[in-house]
Design a binder for this molecule. Structure first.
Ligand code: WT7
Length: 673
């Protein structure tokens, strides 16, 4: 699409997307930084300004200095070599340095903190937990690396990891990093189809999984899902499947392909050297949804990624030696990569990894775990806060939480009511909240308060991290100044940025750098207030955010139309009290097929099978016709309004091929469900 057409489409998309993040609901409260925080944090307000200005004025010098926070085998002499186009897009940081991520996250800590706990693992069942020291982590990671190496995993090979939240997930990631193999983690909630697509896209010949996962007391058939996924691929697509025994449940093992980790581990030692990697060698691929097509393999590399993940982890969470830090994400998402594993371990932190869910065995579980392990820093998603809010204060207040000193939020805009509750009830008014805005693509946090430096406004991600240059642009790409609202771009590169879409650099350029040539376009709408604070208003493209999980409406649509009774489908997001956004599907049936509640249930089941439970449609409206332009393009703007019950604000419908379709949709919406 030529840039002008894109800009035109985006004009109508500069809009308020999320009900509570919108101007009307915007909180004007300010929570100032306390004197205590300003004194004890790494960075106070004056230091933030000075460091930010230095990073903006001379990124080269700034990052030359901060790149030294990790250990290099060969020090870099070049720091920043990046261009956002127009034309070619190329991003390189520390490009002549060599290092190894596992070395930085494990080996380099052995001398100073070998006996310190690296990972606290809390099982789904509260009676199960483990503490793994850095020395033990070193032995586990090395043994894992040897098991993989014995199966011929080499530098540059892709390894798919489909594991639950057990320490082995971290071991396997770091073992890949140790060997220079590229991991691709697939969230355990994805279906066999989704898993197969991701194995195929990156040509991964190795899969690491577990017999079963355990979440909220329920078993997840991971190995059976892998078996089903591999049946969809060529018979020889995957050479080896390594299976961790988690529940001991019975699974099928293909003797020529599958091996239990514990059996393979007996054959190898726990010594394995670290491969010397170039700063720009790939570290991992992580698939994420976009507005069109199948999920993209976001590629992150070695040096810049680790520097950025570690630095943001230290400053944003003000992490101090000896503290217990807990991020409740799953390692299947980027938050788990950067802020459970790589950032914290590079900093020699104690990171907590939780296998379960916030509501099992009781709705107090998060706070019970905080008390059990004396957690100091707690980082979770707004959807979790909103769902816990519903049960009232007592399940929180009956726990102590005295160890907590900082709270974090990530994944979607946090509505001021949830922010206030998190602050007042969970944090008892004493813990600052860092509302961290970032994306799979950004590798680490880009906009966030620093807790000792930046006053918080509930619902605002506040100000950019060092080296980050946000710009708000209008539909034509004009950069807006001062207080304004528009689309959020980033004007220049930062070390943690993704480098390409795996196997499709052109798609990378098209997706992120063609809408506003020369800038990275985030896909988010954003407002900047008179204090220069940023308020993310949600996606402006056809991506929706369901409970902090990113979903392309196109993916759900293609799952629906794959059903034999469906002729056409259009999917939009709508405001949902707990999930942030829910999935609303308009479905046109094949002629002769009658709508029914049974069919509705069948379609929901079908989507869950095609993508996974996270894509479960919340509402299905059978629609005899969809609103289309004369050229056949579905007008989602109208469908969104109908799903939001805003029938009065449909805007211009004059370009519709058949305006009567809209009346029909509204009638169905009002009469049925
Ligand atoms: C999208 C990225 C970053 C890790 C988790 C999600 C939304 C993320 C915030 C926030 C408002 C946020 C954006 C972004 N988002 N954090 N603090 N405030 N919106 O990563 O799956 O790549 O999703 O999540 O819309 O574009 P992701």
């Amino acid at each position: 699409m030529p840039p002008t057409t894109r800009a035109r489409t985006l004009r109508i998309q500069v809009r308020r997307h999320q009900r509570d993040a919108g101007r009307d609901a915007m909180s004007d409260k300010i929570y100032e930084v306390s004197r205590d925080w300003a004194e004890r944090a790494y960075v106070d307000a004056a230091q933030y300004r000075a460091m930010y200005e230095a990073s903006a004025a001379d990124p080269e010098a700034f990052w030359a200095e901060h790149g030294k926070r990790i250990d290099w085998f060969t020090p870099y002499t070049k720091v920043k070599n990046t261009t956002f186009g127009p034309g070619d897009v190329s991003i390189k940081w520390f490009e002549d340095g060599t290092t190894n991520v596992a070395y930085n996250c494990v080996d380099r800590h052995l001398e100073t903190r070998g006996d310190q706990v690296a990972i606290i693992w809390e099982g789904d069942d509260p009676s199960e937990s483990k503490r793994i020291t850095y020395r033990e982590l070193h032995a586990h990671v090395s043994r894992w690396a040897n098991v993989l190496r014995n199966r011929n995993v080499q530098k540059g090979d892709r390894v798919t990891i489909y594991l639950p939240m057990i320490p082995e997930a971290a071991y396997a990631m770091l073992a890949c990093a140790r060997l220079g193999a590229i991991h691709s983690i697939v969230f355990g909630g994805f279906s066999p189809d989704a898993l197969a697509g991701r194995i195929e896209d990156c040509g991964s010949r190795f899969v690491i999984t577990a017999d079963e996962g355990l979440r909220g007391g329920r078993k997840v058939p991971l190995k059976a899902n892998v078996d089903a996924a591999l049946k969809r691929l060529a018979a020889d697509a995957v050479d080896h499947v390594v299976v961790v025994e988690r529940t001991g449940g019975k699974v099928e093992m293909d003797p020529g392909r599958d091996v239990y980790y514990h059996a393979a581990a007996e054959m190898v030692t726990d010594e394995c050297p670290c491969e010397e990697m170039n700063a720009e060698d790939p570290l991992f691929i992580l698939y994420t949804s976009g507005s069109t097509g199948k999920p993209k393999g976001v590629l992150h590399t070695t040096g810049g990624y680790l520097v950025y993940a570690a630095m943001t982890h230290q400053y944003v969470f003000d992490y101090k030696d000896g503290e217990v830090y807990w991020c409740t994400a799953d390692v299947g998402w980027v938050t788990g990569h950067s802020y459970i594993v790589y950032g914290p371990l590079a900093n020699g932190a104690t990171t907590l990894m939780f296998e379960g869910v916030p509501t099992y065995p009781s709705i107090s579980r998060f706070w019970d775990v905080v008390d059990k392990h004396d957690v100091n820093i707690f980082y979770t998603a707004p959807t979790a806060i909103r769902s816990l809010m519903g049960a009232g204060e007592e399940p929180v207040t009956k726990t102590s939480r005295k160890s907590l000193r900082l709270l974090g939020s990530v994944g979607e805009p946090i509505n001021p009511e949830a922010w206030e509750w998190y602050h007042r009830v969970v944090g008892e008014g004493r813990c600052p909240i860092v509302d961290t805005w970032w994306q799979t693509e950004t590798g680490g946090i880009l906009i966030t308060p620093l807790p000792g430096a930046i006053a918080q406004k509930p619902g605002s991600a506040t100000l950019p991290f060092f080296g980050v240059k946000p710009e708000i642009v209008d539909a034509e790409g004009k950069v807006l100044e001062g207080a304004c609202e528009g689309n959020l771009c980033i004007a220049d590169s930062w070390p943690g940025q993704m480098r390409t879409v795996y196997g499709d650099h052109e798609r990378f350029v098209q997706t992120y750098f063609s809408t506003y040539p020369g800038k990275y376009f985030t896909g988010d709408g954003c407002r900047r207030d008179a204090d220069g604070y940023y308020w993310i208003t949600g996606r402006v493209d056809d991506v929706i955010n369901v409970s902090g999980h990113r979903m392309g409406t196109a993916e759900v649509e293609s799952a629906l139309v794959a059903h034999p009774k469906v002729s056409e489908a259009a999917v939009v997001g709508y405001p949902h009290d707990i999930k942030g956004q829910g999935i609303y599907a308009y479905v046109t049936l094949m002629s002769g097929i009658e709508p029914s509640d049974e069919l509705r249930a069948e379609l929901v089941k079908h989507v869950r099978q095609e993508i996974g439970p996270i894509a479960t449609p919340d509402k299905i409206q059978f629609a005899p016709g969809l609103p289309k332009t004369r050229s056949g393009k579905i007008m989602r703007r109208i469908l969104r309004k109908i799903a939001e019950d805003e029938f009065g604000a449909l805007g211009d419908t004059s370009t519709l091929a058949d305006p009567a379709v809209v009346d029909d949709l509204i009638e169905h919406r009002q009469n049925k469900r």
